[in-house]
Design a protein around this ligand. Sequence first.
Ligand SMILES: Cc1ncc(COP(=O)(O)O)c(C=O)c1O
Length: 443
Amino acid sequence: MTPETSKSETLFEFASQYLVAGVSGSARLNAALGRPVYLTHGDGCRLYDVDGRTYLDYNLSHGASFLGHNHPGVRKAIQQALDMGVICAYETEHHSQVAETLCRLVPCAEQVRFANSGSEATFAALRVARAVTGRAKILKFEGHFHGLHDAVVWNAHGPARETFPTYPYVPPQVESAGVPPALADLVLVIPWNDPAAIRQALREHGDELAAVICEPVNYNSGCIPPAPGLLELLRAETAQRGICLIFDEVLSAFRMAPGGAQAYYGVTPDLCTLAKAVANGLPLAVVAGKREFMQVLSPQGPAAHSGTYSGHLFAILAARAALHDIAQPGFYDRIAATADRLYRGLTALFAAHGVPARVQGLGARFGIYFGVTHEVQAYQDAARIDGELGYRFIRACFARGVYFHNYGKLALGHHGFSAAHTPADIDETLTRVEDALKTMGKG
Ligand SMILES: Cc1ncc(COP(=O)(O)O)c(C=O)c1O
């Protein structure tokens, strides 16, 4: 180790020999830094790395640590699970209590099934939709990410396109090797926030579709909320054609309301998927929905789903603690006030320092579009960001103790704050970001 080599760099070098690419999941790599961060611990809204540096965290475990790191209620929950003997693959009274709470909070939830990851939840939700409808195809939206399994690993991060001769259908573009090309026949992709595209696609293909799946707020492209009336249109068009409407709320759930985006916008899908914030950093995902859909799941019905770790007790008890906090009066007033302080503050700083960037946020998650100054309503606007400017911003912030994650230039990514960020933390962030902007210049 030379004097200039940080402990993080040394660890990355070592990890690269034994872990593929040095990481345990491809998204761990911060593309702007060219390496992952190596932590000793997290606490509240802060991360502490092996080099003794502290960061205000705006990634929050890809959105999972919505209440902040080291949350006292979650620690207590883990202690309780330890005291119960590290049992898993058994039911306890806590499982059904958490399910009942979710059914109370989330409008479409009449019954739930637990799973381990967001990908597993969207996989199961699509299986339910196919089992109920007896149809095979699904419709998804350009720029919407639903995990990495074969059915959905299409058109989440594609490049900007210059022409669109196939309108309203975006040619299916698979985003992984190893997916059978024949599966392209099972997916239709159309642009988000385009009512005409939705009407045409459902008119032409409605009777072949098992499901329409969307992120009700497209946070995976930064933050692109639905245009007024869009979710209502999706609801009406799918109901009319017997298509299962799935809101993938893995990222949006609990960010702006206890009932997620479906409660916030007042549009109830047939099924939804939840994960990340639901257990504040422990691996829990949920498929929730109307009873008539959920009942096709095994062993009640013919659609197979189970798992040794499904509804792991650690995660269930953590979810109970997290949902308790989220449901407290005034919780979302504080989230809205923090959002306002942060998003206005960042916007003002970019303007003052001549850095072309647009901040779009809803509730506790937001996107920053570098090189874009108008409102982003479509993935194609988002895909035109200045990725290099974004990298420079993230590196400058990192040097000043503010952590933003980057998933790669065309993976626009998403940022967020936690309920543990106080007004003073936001103000400290803005001071540090201002310092960062001064050094990175205009280009
Ligand atoms: C909307 C959405 N769906 C699904 C997933 C996949 O979740 P997981 O990483 O838990 O498999 C993600 C992950 O970021 C997501 O944002």
